[in-house]
Design a protein around this ligand. Structure first.
Ligand code: SF4
Length: 501
């Protein structure tokens, strides 16, 4: 599958594994999640033999054990491995019926992607070469419509879809590719390869740091609102740096993209004072700066929840009562032992928010979406929750619409990029143990899984610090906009969570 994405990636893995990047925390988490979901799906085919080896790098021993096990009376096998002519695969679930087999690949996603079918087709190819009589090959994935009841219903949680016909239809293609890749590895000859959209699809290649090392920053690959095909169309025409854009190329861009290029070239800030002033005019005190943290689980724990449903467990709220006031802070972090944290979360939030005044959130559509979901889940609170919705203002809007743009933002309007661009000396997210929403979710899920872990109080403190930093950053960003409009010099600021606002 690596060689299908890019022969160069397979070649580099065999010849220069030292150039490979370590998996990111997000990648590792996805792997762990996939592993857990895979094991849960074993229960659809109970009482099987687990063939997972003690040593995953000894493929011969793994395949030999599988071969022996298939001779037993068992009908279900987990992690069955097959090795032939240098080709290896392991099937998540193998089910035996008379003398033929069906294999099942388990995915923790809610969609059946094209590369899952290609993966299954490669498995089909290898099993056929091993002389296995294959009756069917299917993908097991998560049913996004499943709603959890008192007990988990695996037959409803998982969808099983045969991809036999699709896998068979690309066997000729797989055969040619396998021959090409085997020849490449046997001869040791470096294949021709260059960077392209395939570096990101279906997965981001772990040799990207190596192959992309000569791409400058900024470059066409940082232009906002462009997909990789469009970026590579420019790159293939020799447009890499912002200075490579001639008038014709510039005129193909959207107004927002032009601002990014022109500001990046001149290294000058771009400010639309009128639009900013209109944005500020809409604000009414008391100003609330609100941020939520949510967890998502492929296998819902909470009764009534669906797979990957956003379940809020934390918020941070800064409130500025009047133009002359400093910010007061309120926060909530659910107890990890609470089965469903949502009810306590929303009751605290409704109590903490004043009856009047604007509520600022960064990318506010996320916060309003969560509140609508909570209103549906708790009809008795629906009216109170719905009164909050029209009060929201999106603090990301001036940056998304480029009312303010600084070259240091590199085309991004994410708060994690905007904050250091505005306050370069700021002690911001980088000193935090938890510094992004995904890490916050994983930390809270970790607390729930291991409620007796002695390090839990420290993790709770990290969670509180992270969420608080998000709303404190919003307070600082709004202050920056207000100072621009008052034509005040912007001081280089340092903020930290220990600073009193
Ligand atoms: S980074 Fe791109 S070009 Fe380099 S090995 Fe990976 S997929 Fe191939």
């Amino acid at each position: 599958m690596r060689g299908r994405q890019c022969p160069g990636s397979l070649y580099l893995l065999k010849t220069h594994p030292e150039f490979r990047s370590s998996p990111s925390a997000a990648g590792q988490n996805l792997f762990r999640q996939g592993h857990r979901v895979g094991k849960l799906a074993w229960n659809l085919f109970p009482d099987g033999l687990d063939l997972s080896p003690a040593n995953f790098s000894d493929l011969h021993a793994w395949a030999a054990r599988t071969e022996d096990s298939l001779k037993t009376s068992s009908v279900n096998f987990y992690e069955a491995a097959f090795l032939k002519n240098g080709m290896f695969c392991a099937a998540d679930i193998l089910h035996k019926e008379n003398d033929s087999y069906s294999i099942y690949e388990v995915k923790s996603s809610t969609s059946l992607y094209e590369h899952y079918i290609e993966d299954a087709a490669v498995q089909y190819f290898i099993l056929k070469h091993c002389g296995i009589s294959l009756k069917n090959i299917s993908i097991i994935y998560i049913n996004r419509e499943y709603q959890r009841g008192q007990t988990l219903d695996l037959k409803k949680l998982f969808r099983i879809e045969s991809v036999l016909n699709e896998a068979e239809s690309i066997q000729g293609e797989i055969n040619n590719e396998m021959a090409f890749l085997q020849n490449m590895l046997e001869t040791g000859k470096k294949p021709e390869f260059k960077i392209g959209p395939h570096c990101m699809s279906p997965r981001e290649c772990d040799f990207k740091n190596y192959c992309w090392k000569d791409i400058p920053s900024p470059s066409v690959f940082e232009i906002a609102g462009m997909n990789y095909q469009e970026r590579f169309a420019l790159y293939d025409n020799g447009i890499i740096n912002y200075s490579d854009f001639n008038d014709d190329a510039l005129n193909q861009l959207t107004p927002s993209q032009k601002i990014q290029i022109v500001s990046g070239r001149s290294r000058k800030d771009y400010i639309q004072t009128n639009s900013l002033q209109e944005f500020i005019n809409e604000l009414q005190y008391p100003l609330h700066f609100l941020d939520f943290e949510c967890m998502m689980q492929p296998v819902p724990e909470i009764i009534g929840a669906k797979p990957y449903q956003h379940i809020p467990f934390q918020y941070s709220l800064h409130i500025i009562a009047s133009p002359d006031s400093s910010a007061a802070h309120k926060e909530f972090l659910a107890d990890e032992t609470t089965p469903d944290p949502r009810h306590e979360w929303i009751l605290n939030l409704l109590d903490d928010i004043n009856e009047n005044g604007k509520i600022l959130a960064y990318n506010a559509s996320y916060e309003t979406m969560i509140l609508r979901m909570i209103a549906d889940a708790f009809p008795e609170l629906k009216r109170r929750i719905e009164t909050l919705l029209p009060r929201f203002t999106d603090l990301a809007l001036p940056f998304r619409k480029k009312y303010i743009y600084k070259p240091e933002m590199k085309g991004s309007f994410s708060i994690k990029n905007v904050l250091p661009a505005i306050f370069p000396d700021l002690k911001g997210y980088e000193h935090l143990n938890i510094a992004d929403g995904l890490s916050a979710m994983n930390a809270f899920l970790g607390l729930r899984e291991d409620i007796k872990n002695p390090s839990n109080p420290a993790v709770r403190k990290d969670l509180l610090e992270y969420c608080r930093m998000d709303t404190l950053a919003m307070v600082k960003i709004l202050g920056y906009i207000q100072k621009i409009l008052k034509n005040e010099k912007i001081p280089s600021e340092r903020i930290s969570n220990s600073e009193s606002e």
